[in-house]
Design a protein around this ligand. Structure first.
Ligand code: SAM
Length: 448
């Protein structure tokens, strides 16, 4: 059955594209599915892998849509299902790298569920500091889970309004605004986006995007890079908003060479260009991306860190190169922060009451050290710090559902359980009993 597209949407597309018929019939076609592999956890992903995505390393189209929930490696953070067009961010980052310092301070402002953040984490590979922010609280918890599973030692997760960042003063070398939008680019995949589309809603999205940009603008340092993206075709939310930025701020739009044969469309506007991903041209869903440099702006001195965070120690060598980390007690959790970045990460954690900062290693309950579920998921985890029990796929899924009973003998005490060489979490053997320490909120709810 064909999609019930709003007639105002059809009318606008007919005015916008000379080949609107091709565009509209492409929206009816089967969507593309793709994943990006976590190179820190390289394994056979157990997916129907097809050809590589040409503009992003370690990314592949899938030959069919798998059930990710039933793949234990998804829960291990071995890959992230991400829409191929969105992965163009990698190419944009490579193209603007000359404008970024070696160790950039990065803000991913609208970050949940974490597709762009995990890409940024892989791209910068532990350099600098990465702040993943999501304003909607329950979505921020999902973001936290995905970042923890991806395992990045230099990332924080925050849950703040964009204006909070603007008010704190210029700090970020790179700001990514993957703005909430009218979602036209998702029409092929998402019938709810089709049903919810109205011209009024699209106009509201464009206005909200301008508010977000204005609220956060002061958080970017002079010379810093801003990357703006949406998953819509709506010019009001894309190139017109870029023109609005030009009218309000001192910016230089950056030209990004189009990846050959990608069929990405240059979207020109008076002062620069953005890049459009259209369903009848690109192997991916609808997307728009544009990069710019902030040339000058208001400078506010960043606020001083008022809070004292206490140093802590962990009773076990749980990280590779443990001596290059500082350990702190944040909200009773012992976190490991890469020493080079620790002062800045602490300052951000304190200012924004972060929901995650660095690697959560564990906590003391009375005198016992209870390791965190996040610890073995970290790329920095020392694999020999706890005994590991390798499970079958079926056992792993039962473990992830919280209903696994060990069939093999486990070492007494804490064990890491894993599948296909990737770690999933902890279990503790006490006598003949095995306690499952996979967090309740992460457990698979689906019947297996
Ligand atoms: N970057 C994410 C990714 O790659 O997985 C997708 C982000 S989604 C397109 C936009 C996000 O902006 C949503 O998570 C939404 O909750 C958030 N959002 C909604 N209203 C917002 C606002 N007023 N300010 C900032 N973010 C907002």
């Amino acid at each position: 059955m064909s999609k019930q597209l709003h007639e105002a949407f059809i009318g606008r597309i007919q005015g916008q594209f000379a080949d609107a018929d091709k565009f509209l019939s492409a929206i009816e076609q089967t969507p593309y599915y793709s994943v990006r592999q976590n190179v820190a956890k390289r394994t056979d992903m157990g997916l129907p892998i097809g050809k590589p995505v040409p503009w992003c390393p370690d990314a592949y189209y899938l030959c069919e849509r798998p059930n990710y929930t039933l793949n234990p490696l998804f829960h291990a953070g071995a890959f992230y299902p991400q829409e191929a067009s969105s992965m163009y961010l990698w190419h944009v980052l490579s193209s603007v790298s000359e404008h970024l310092p070696q160790d950039p301070i990065v803000l991913d402002l609208c970050a949940a569920p974490g597709g762009k953040t995990t890409l940024l984490a892989s791209y910068f590979g532990g350099r600098g500091v990465l702040v993943a922010n999501e304003v909607v609280r329950n979505r921020a918890w999902i973001l936290r889970e995905n970042i923890a599973k991806w395992g990045c030692p230099n990332a924080l997760v925050t849950n703040a309004e964009p204006a909070r960042f603007g008010a704190e003063g210029a700090m970020f070398d790179l700001l990514v605004i993957d703005a909430p939008c009218s979602g036209e680019g998702m029409f092929r995949k998402d019938d709810v986006a089709v049903a919810e589309w109205t011209p009024e809603n699209a106009a509201m999205c464009a206005a909200r995007q301008r508010t977000i940009i204005a609220d956060v603008w002061d958080a970017v340092v002079e010379g810093g890079v801003v990357i703006y993206s949406t998953c819509t075709f709506n010019p009001e939310e894309n190139e017109r908003n870029m023109q609005w930025i030009d009218s309000e701020y001192d910016v230089e739009f950056l030209r990004i060479p189009v990846v050959p044969q990608s069929c990405v469309t240059v979207v020109p506007f008076a002062q620069g260009e953005g890049y459009g991903f259209y369903p009848h041209k690109v192997e991916g869903e609808g997307f728009f991306i544009c990069a710019m440099r902030k040339l000058s702006g208001r400078y506010r001195k960043p606020a001083k860190d008022k809070q004292k965070t206490t140093k802590a120690t962990v009773p076990i060598n749980c990280l590779k190169e443990q001596s290059s980390y500082d350990f702190y007690n944040i909200e009773n959790k012992i976190v490991a922060l890469p020493r080079q970045q620790s002062a800045l990460m602490l300052r951000i954690a304190n200012s924004y009451k972060s929901m995650l900062c660095g690697i959560e290693t564990g906590e003391f309950i009375r005198k016992d050290f209870i390791p965190s579920a996040m610890l073995p998921l970290s790329a920095a985890f020392a694999a020999d710090s706890y005994p590991t029990a390798e499970l079958t796929a079926d056992e792993a899924l039962h473990y992830l559902r919280g209903e696994w009973t060990a069939t093999q003998p486990l070492a007494q005490g804490w064990n890491v359980v894993g599948f296909n060489g990737c770690r999933l979490g902890f279990a503790k053997a006490v006598g003949n009993r095995v306690n499952n320490y996979y967090p309740k909120e992460w457990r698979i709810k689906m019947k297996i």
